[in-house]
Write a protein that binds this ligand. Structure first.
Ligand SMILES: CC(C)(COP(=O)(O)OP(=O)(O)OC[C@H]1O[C@@H](n2cnc3c(N)ncnc32)[C@H](O)[C@@H]1OP(=O)(O)O)[C@@H](O)C(=O)NCCC(=O)NCCS
Length: 214
């Protein structure tokens, strides 16, 4: 006697058009692949190669290097904020499956800068969320930060995402100045400080001008 197997169909969630955009962006093998002119940066004494990959494709040594750079640059700023510095949480966030990396390394293989970013839905919109943009001290003010930010924008806008979003501490004056000088404005989702409640961070964004719907 043949028993008929019950057909158990997993109900697959129907994605909205915007969620499809995010999925397509995340399904890419290498979002930097088609941006050939942005695979290297040679200016002002820097000569680096850029690569883009998922956190899961990074080896332990590289992840540790990225974490140490983040800690060196940001630990104090976190400690000065209401969030405080939580090493375990930060490391977890940096190694989550949804994390993407843009990494700049010298010919000798030393990592000198990175961005941790994600293709994600944010308040109902498909965005590239830049979690980190971190450069070694000696590599700053040479145009590399601007170059990497441009790469993030190109990856976002060529994947039809609506904007690049990032969170910055208001006391990180250098970073706030840097992002604002590159057209970033306070995002509508940024919390507004009042007399009763002060926020020590703000959310900045740059919209994809090619997409007209608001
Ligand atoms: C913020 C950071 C990424 C900027 O990168 P960078 O490579 O130093 O910046 P660039 O050299 O690419 O700057 C290019 C241009 O941006 C503008 N700019 C840079 N910093 C600026 C600032 N503080 N205020 C106004 N404009 C600024 C200038 O026009 C500059 O061109 P110029 O040097 O010819 O004047 C880098 O300083 C860094 O890693 N800081 C520590 C980590 C950090 O705070 N990251 C941000 C966390 S959200």
């Amino acid at each position: 006697m043949f028993s008929r197997k019950k057909k158990i169909k997993k109900k697959s969630k129907v994605l909205t058009e915007d969620e499809e955009i995010v999925k397509k962006a995340n399904d890419q093998n290498n979002p930097l692949g088609h941006l050939v002119a942005f695979h290297s940066f040679s200016r002002n004494g820097l000569d680096v190669a850029l690569k883009c990959c998922k956190a899961s494709q990074l080896d332990k040594i590289t992840i540790d290097q990225l974490f140490e750079l983040l800690k060196k640059n940001m630990k104090q700023m976190y400690e000065e904020s209401a969030w405080g510095w939580n090493e375990k949480d930060k490391f977890f966030e940096m190694t989550e499956n949804s994390a993407w990396y843009l990494i700049a390394s010298t010919k000798e293989g030393k990592t000198i800068a990175f961005s941790h970013f994600r293709f994600d839905m944010d308040y109902g919109l498909p965005v590239l969320y830049c979690y980190e943009l971190q450069l070694e001290l000696e590599c700053r003010h040479k145009g590399l930060g601007r170059f990497m930010l441009q790469v993030l924008e190109l990856m976002a806008f060529s994947a039809n995402l609506r904007k690049v979003v990032l969170t910055v501490f208001v006391h990180n004056l250098n970073a706030v100045g840097f992002f604002k000088s590159h057209g970033y404005v306070v995002d509508e989702t940024s919390p507004a400080s009042t007399l009763e409640e002060q926020f020590d961070y703000e959310i900045l964004s740059k919209s994809n001008k090619r997409i007209s719907k608001s």
